[in-house]
Design a protein around this ligand. Structure first.
Ligand code: BTN
Length: 325
């Protein structure tokens, strides 16, 4: 970690003297390091006797946010930040194989092969979003692992409310929508052994700036900037998300689905809506009304023919959301 950068992460002036004392180096060494950081593009200004100040910025290097993160394990352990990666989910799987602990995190500015659900591509241009994945080693039975998707969805919805004042809603099972358009997607990938979850990779992609939304998706997708006058720095959204993720995953480990159900149902735009279900495993699409979410994470749909059907996986279009008229 760059200690000079970490000391300036509060974006307030810090005197050269204070930094040299705290870091045990000369003031000339501090000045030299500041120059190197400036040359590397960091917006650091010097204010004479007041010292140095990092101007407001939207960079994601761990030094700029780790000091502000209030979690026990999530976002700690191994933290990997890169300018460009194929996919943070793939990177976290590698980190797990290399022994990274529970809560480890990978984030990047750009993904060149970002992955979405059902084999889709997730467009992830440089600096336009928050592309990150967390490694979870949870004590949850394999058949209950889908509750973790809800934990991530709730965590991001709460983080957006807290940092940007945005009222995002969960579209079952794992999209966040705002004003009828998708703003965030979640890709949970679990490695399961008989009776035990070996690891879970919780990948979340949040569109922050308009460049994150490909032109052909503007009717269905949105970004944080569409809903707030001043976009918060991505690291603030990240820290709030990691803190809420720890809260909800702790709750789910202790109390199972019931611990997250009230918050989930209150935040879910799908419940009570007309839905069109296209089963992922094939089969005839059917329409109905979404009535409830079951303890196994399934969506209970009352079909127009009066049947009750549990939808486990599949694509659910919600009337009035993401272009479904
Ligand atoms: C979806 O809605 O289809 C899920 C999209 C998930 C995208 C995120 S971005 C970070 C992580 N890395 C990936 O390759 N995918 C997830």
């Amino acid at each position: 970690m760059d200690e000079v950068l970490a000391m300036l992460s509060g974006e307030a002036y810090v005197s050269g003297e204070k930094m040299s004392e705290a870091l045990g180096v000369t003031r000339a060494a501090v000045w030299k390091r500041v120059r190197q950081l400036q040359d590397a593009g960091w917006p650091i200004v010097s204010g004479g006797r007041r010292g140095y100040r990092l101007l407001p910025h939207d960079r994601l290097e761990p030094e700029t946010w780790q000091g502000a993160l209030r979690t026990r394990a999530i976002g700690r352990g191994t933290v990997r930040y890169e300018a460009s990666l194929p996919s943070t989910n793939t990177a976290v799987k590698d980190m797990f194989r290399e022994g990274a602990p529970h809560g480890s995190l990978c984030l990047c500015e750009e993904q060149t092969a970002g992955r979405g659900r059902l084999g889709r591509t997730w467009v992830s241009p440089a600096g336009a979003g928050l592309w990150q994945s967390v490694l979870l080693l949870p004590s949850i039975p394999p058949e209950r692992v889908s509750v973790l998707t809800f934990c991530a969805a709730l965590a991001m919805a709460e983080a957006l409310e807290e940092t940007a004042g945005i009222d995002a809603r969960i579209k079952w099972p794992n999209d966040l929508v705002c004003g009828g358009r998708k703003i965030c997607g979640i890709l949970l990938e679990a490695s399961v052994e008989p009776g035990r979850v070996e690891c879970v990779v919780m990948g979340v992609g949040l569109n922050v700036r308009p460049e994150a939304v490909p032109p052909e998706l503007t009717g269905q997708a949105a970004c944080v900037a569409d809903f707030c006058a001043e976009v918060p720095p991505r690291r603030r959204i990240l820290c709030a998300y990691l803190e809420r993720l720890e809260h909800w995953t702790d709750a789910a480990e202790q109390g199972g689905f019931n611990a997250v159900a009230p918050a989930l149902k209150a935040c879910c735009v799908t419940l009570g809506s007309r839905v069109l279900v296209t089963p992922a495993a094939g089969g005839e699409p059917f329409a109905g009304t979404a009535a409830d979410i079951g303890g196994d994470g399934s969506l209970l749909v009352r079909t127009d023919a009066g049947e009750e059907r549990h939808v486990l996986a599949g694509d659910v279009s919600v009337r009035g959301v993401m272009g479904y008229a």
